[in-house]
Design a protein around this ligand. Structure first.
Ligand code: ZN
Length: 213
């Protein structure tokens, strides 16, 4: 699978890139045509800092932020985003504030929760939600429900990858989109053209990586 990988780079900053592998993959609810490896962007401190700088741009001048809620292992990027948003500058609205970087826990019934001592950083606070990849939209929905439940005010959503850049219901600041990946498809297993074409599933993927079947 790795030998089929190619790299997609951000036009305005080619240092930010992700590995893409075409194939036939299953997520928890969907079948998907490409595996996107964003682990380097999430875990390499230098790459994560570059990513954070890009993702902070829409908020720097005029969006007040108290808390960044990180999903899918984006905490390193979240911490650097906070640093970007807190920098000194006349056009930086959050200079001199405090910004928390949190990740919710998954409870036994699969709901996302914040522990009691952390709920004060969500209730009535201005929240940016940071996710790695939006493909089915399930992660975003779960996180939004959780933030709303604890009384947080969502002021922005940022993603490394967004499969639905034309969905205007909700503004999402994304670095890469499906438009960067020709032929990108997400579909329910019943409607999967790869299954219908007789192609076997190759791997199960989640936000941590993939497991070959
Ligand atoms: Zn399929």
């Amino acid at each position: 699978m790795e030998d089929r990988a190619y790299t997609v780079s951000l036009t305005k900053n080619p240092l930010i890139s992700m590995k893409v592998m075409q194939g036939h993959f299953a997520t928890s609810h969907f079948h998907i045509s490409h595996y996107l490896d964003v682990n380097e962007l999430k875990t390499n401190a230098i790459a994560a800092k570059d990513v954070a700088r890009e993702l902070s741009i829409p908020y720097l001048a005029n969006v007040s932020v108290d808390t960044i809620v990180c999903m899918e292992g984006t905490e390193v990027i979240g911490a650097y985003m906070a640093e970007e948003l807190l920098q000194e500058g006349v056009n930086v609205i959050n200079s001199g504030k405090e910004i928390r970087v949190l990740k919710p826990l998954s409870s036994v019934n699969g709901k996302l929760i914040f522990q009691c001592n952390l709920q004060q950083y969500i209730e009535d606070k201005e929240i940016v939600l940071l996710v790695a990849s939006i493909s089915s939209g399930t992660t975003i929905r779960r996180a939004q429900e959780c933030i709303a439940y604890y009384g947080g005010v969502l002021v922005g959503i940022s993603a490394l990858f967004n499969a639905y850049p034309t969905n205007t219901e909700q503004e999402i600041h994304s670095m890469f989109t499906s438009e960067d990946i020709p032929g990108y498809q997400v579909c329910s297993p019943d409607e999967c053209t790869m299954c219908k074409g007789g192609y076997k599933l190759e791997a199960v993927i989640n936000s941590e990586g993939y497991t070959n079947i």
